[in-house]
Structure formats: C-alpha cells, structure tokens
Design a protein around this ligand. Structure first.
Ligand code: CA2
Length: 145
C-alpha cells in the first residue's frame, strides 16, 4: 500500500482561525480529515504533520526515508528561504511535491523563488485546500506508475 507523508510548515496551524480573507476558513484539521478520507477511499496510508520549526521539518523528512513512498510538502515561508529543507529532500531520495494553498506566482515577488521546487517532481499551487487531495492523487500516480 502506498504511504505518503504530508508535511506542513510554519503558521499553517493558524489556517481558518486568522486572515480568512487570504487563506480561507478551512482549518488544517479539516484538511487532514479530507486527506484521510481521500486516502481511505484510494487504499493509501497518509501521515499528516505540521511544525513551525525548520529543524523539526528536516527531522520529519529524514524519518520518512524507507518508511514513506513520497512526500507532499507545504513548507510555508520556508519554501522561499530554506536550503536545509531542500538538502533534506535531496538526501532522502523520495519523490516530493511542492504544495501551496495560494498561487504564489500571483503574489509578491519574494514568493516566486522556491528552494523546494529544485528537488521536487512537481508543484501544485492556487487551488486552496483542494490542492492537498490533488497532490495526493498526483503522488499516488507518480509512485505507482
Ligand atoms: O499558499 C501557501 O500555502 C503558502 O505556503 C502559505 C505560507 C506563505 O508564506 C507561502 O508563501 C505560501 C504562509 C502560511 C501562513 O498561514 C497563515 C494562516 C492563517 C493566518 C496567518 C497565516
């Protein structure tokens, strides 16, 4: 059975509780439920984590090696700054999908740069919470092809 890690970075724990005009009203717990339901129907296993700490995200990526078949990463603002997350993804040799709720390319120019994209098999952004299940579908197809 395909096992997929969904990793969420800084501030995403606040989803649905602050700035709903920017990030919507859906909470991260709602998104986790959507992912779990999708995985049950698709006969997949999903592990869903969030951390505000770069090192904890690096640790979670390392721990995925040999356990997970792929990583879906919404690294939040670390997307645009973190060579450590890029190196961690490269080191575990697992397929990774970069994910964002918002269309980062339609936003400020500092959000156009991504260190994650350099080591990802693909990118999904701009579809809000639905992007999570789109990414699961993409990862399952990628791994099982
Ligand atoms: O669109 C995305 O998913 C982002 O990864 C979200 C990050 C942002 O820095 C990236 O450029 C794009 C920010 C997440 C902040 O989430 C909040 C949620 C509610 C209230 C405040 C922040």
């Amino acid at each position: 059975m395909t096992s997929i890690l969904i990793l969420n970075g800084p501030n995403l724990n606040l989803l649905g509780t602050r700035q709903p005009e920017v990030y919507g009203a859906t909470t991260l717990a709602d998104i986790e439920k959507m992912c779990t339901a999708w995985a049950d129907a698709a006969n997949c296993t999903v592990t869903f984590l969030q951390s505000n700490h770069e090192g904890a995200l690096v640790d979670a990526i390392h721990a995925a090696r040999g356990v997970q078949d792929g990583i879906i990463l919404n690294a939040g603002a670390y997307t645009h700054t973190s060579i450590a997350l890029m190196d961690a993804l490269a080191s575990v040799e697992l397929p990774a999908i970069e994910l964002h709720l918002s269309n980062v390319h339609a936003r400020e120019t500092f959000r156009h740069k991504s260190y994650i994209a350099k080591v990802a098999v693909g990118l999904i952004c701009g579809f809000g919470p639905r992007g999570y299940t789109l990414a699961l579908d993409a990862m399952k197809s990628y791994v099982e092809d």
